[in-house]
Ligand binder design. Structure first.
Ligand code: ADP
Ligand code: MG
Length: 426
């Protein structure tokens, strides 16, 4: 017979090995810098101008950052910070290269969510964030999933639970309970939180404590850790401690305190479940993006996801009767946009084509035009591998890289159009 003491023994043996394995398999080497981008990429793939125009502008303005010539050839290679500076300073046909961004508005918030594990949510989150950064946008990724795929892909391997979205929930519980205690009348007394949460000091953490820079100069992250996998239990306890706490709005409140101009895009990568973490991402989101795989069982799980989410949102509207504290928030939750996107799509696979037809028939305009195609460059990659945008094409068959990149680029083009139209509506 085995009981928790035997499990404790196994756990302690596994822990000894864990750090060693994590260091060797999961994480990009610490401090590894983002690669440079060649003048060909900067001109044609990033600024979308031809190379000779780019070279012309560069020689006309010698004080622009000039990148570095690498030993293997004639191309110049630029860091992303240099690319960003070029974008700010260079004009082509008197046109700015800066991407459109309405003045005075906050960042557009997107939740990437679905039931299915393995749909490609994290891969999509990672690539959309990086495509947006290459396009000149400033991005905050919020990794809501303790599986931490996106965190690890950004080199965040040693994350303390306090500084994860679970920490944001804990901090919010304390602060909201304090606020209620000041506001409330005698008839509705506010519960006192137990010392085990009250004394953690979480209430005093500052917003920037949760936000970490990445090797992408214009992408920051609120990271997650597998150690926060008990989060659903913890947050259920939080709700018992203060039943009037609007548990689903913690992330919204957190994001509301960011400076409007700090980011252009906030992307939340959700776990494959509808729990407190996903509901926080969903409630914070202007736009829902539902990545879905091209097989029948994946369609099935997307269908179930919509059903469960409907129930959860209806439940919030009907079941949460405490007043929402902030004038900016209201129930029922409304989205400016809801989109479905096919991922891991193989255009040569007849079954995939049929499923795509079915998705198009059901979701119509809600289905994004360009699916993310299945590519062996991603398939091979666990979190230790670089993304398509991070791979150095000189190490690969150029056509394979171009095909994979152009699929993610097209998906980003659809996404960008959605972001711009959402910006008009918020
Ligand atoms: N476009 C793609 N082409 C090939 N493999 C993919 C693609 N997108 C995701 N995958 C693979 O599918 C698996 C699940 O992807 P992931 O993004 O982690 O899904 P989720 O976040 O939905 O669980 C991973 O092994 C990933 O490498
Ligand atoms: Mg994931």
């Amino acid at each position: 017979m085995f009981d928790h003491k035997d499990l404790a023994q196994l756990h302690s043996s596994a822990l000894k090995m864990q750090n060693c394995i994590r260091q060797n398999t999961y994480c990009p080497p610490e401090g590894k810098a983002l690669r440079r981008f060649s003048s060909w990429e900067v001109a044609e793939l990033i600024f979308k101008i031809n190379q000779s125009t780019f070279r012309g502008r560069m020689s006309a303005e010698p004080d622009l950052p000039g990148g570095e010539v690498e030993p293997d050839g004639r191309q110049r290679w630029f860091t992303l910070s240099e690319v960003n500076e070029l974008r700010r300073r260079m004009k082509v046909n008197r046109q700015s290269l800066m991407p459109p961004r309405p003045a005075g508005k906050r960042a557009v918030r997107v939740a990437l969510c679905n039931y299915e594990g393995g749909a490609g949510k994290s891969t999509v989150a990672l690539h959309l964030a990086q495509a947006a950064a290459l396009d000149g946008y400033r991005v905050l990724i919020v990794d809501m999933d303790p599986q931490s795929t996106v965190s690890r892909a950004f080199g965040q391997c040693e994350v303390t639970e306090d500084y994860t979205p679970l920490g944001i929930l804990a901090r919010d519980l304390i602060r909201e309970t304090d606020r209620m205690a000041l506001e409330t009348d005698v008839e509705t007394p506010v519960p006192t939180l137990p010392a085990q949460i009250r004394d953690t000091g979480m209430g005093e953490l500052r917003v920037p404590d949760f936000i970490k820079p990445t090797r992408w100069p214009s992408i920051d992250i609120v990271a997650n850790t597998p150690n926060a996998a008990f989060g659903e239990f913890a947050s259920a306890k939080f709700r018992r401690w203060n039943p009037r706490w609007s548990f689903f709005a913690a992330l919204s409140r957190f994001l509301d305190t960011l400076d409007d101009e700090a980011y252009d895009l906030i992307l939340c990568d959700c776990p494959p479940a509808i729990g407190h973490q996903t509901m926080n991402a969903v409630f914070a989101a202007d736009m829902l993006y539902v990545p879905s795989g091209p097989n029948y069982f994946e369609f099935d799980s997307t269908t179930r996801f919509i059903g469960r989410l409907t129930e959860a949102l209806r439940g919030l509207k009907d079941g949460f009767d405490a007043p929402l504290p902030d004038g900016k928030m209201s129930l029922p939750k409304e989205f400016a946009e809801v989109k479905f996107m096919l991922t891991r799509f193989d255009p040569a696979d007849e079954a995939h084509q049929k499923m795509r037809g079915a998705y198009a028939e059901i979701f119509g305009d809600r289905l994004t035009p360009h699916p993310v195609e299945d590519t062996r460059l991603v398939q091979k990659s666990g979190p230790i591998q670089p993304s398509i945008y991070e791979m150095d094409y000189r190490d690969l068959t150029r056509d394979v890289w171009r095909a994979a990149r152009s699929s993610f680029d097209s998906a980003y083009t659809d996404f960008r159009a959605d972001i711009l139209s959402v910006w008009d509506r918020i």
